[in-house]
Design a binder for this molecule. Structure first.
Ligand code: FES
Length: 100
């Protein structure tokens, strides 16, 4: 569905998505790297659990929310991939243990 346009060679960056080892190109955002890897759903809605995919790619729609290194509600389209990053699908609304 998505393919990279011809581009200058960039260094590869390794990360995981739901435990699967993936590679991105240096400078990719998490959302761009996931789409390029064929991973469309980044989160599931809180009510119906419907899968959602990045949409605007510019920080407006919040469809790209993921869990990054254990921190929920991270916008994948605004977060660059870094070596060793652990990205997970966000399941519904984030639960914060210290929230009342
Ligand atoms: S894709 Fe819309 S905020 Fe990230």
């Amino acid at each position: 569905m998505y393919r990279r346009l011809p581009d200058r060679a960039r260094a590869l960056v390794r990360f995981t998505f739901d435990g699967e080892a993936l590679t991105a190109q240096e400078g990719d955002t998490v959302a761009a790297a996931l789409l390029a890897a064929g991973q469309l759903a980044t989160r599931h809605t809180p009510v119906s659990r419907a899968p959602r995919a990045p949409y605007c790619m510019m920080g407006v729609c919040f469809e790209c929310l993921v869990v990054i290194d254990g921190a929920p509600n991270r916008q994948g389209c605004l977060t660059p991939v870094v070596e060793g990053m652990r990205v997970e699908t966000q399941q519904g609304a984030a639960v914060f243990e210290d929230a009342e």
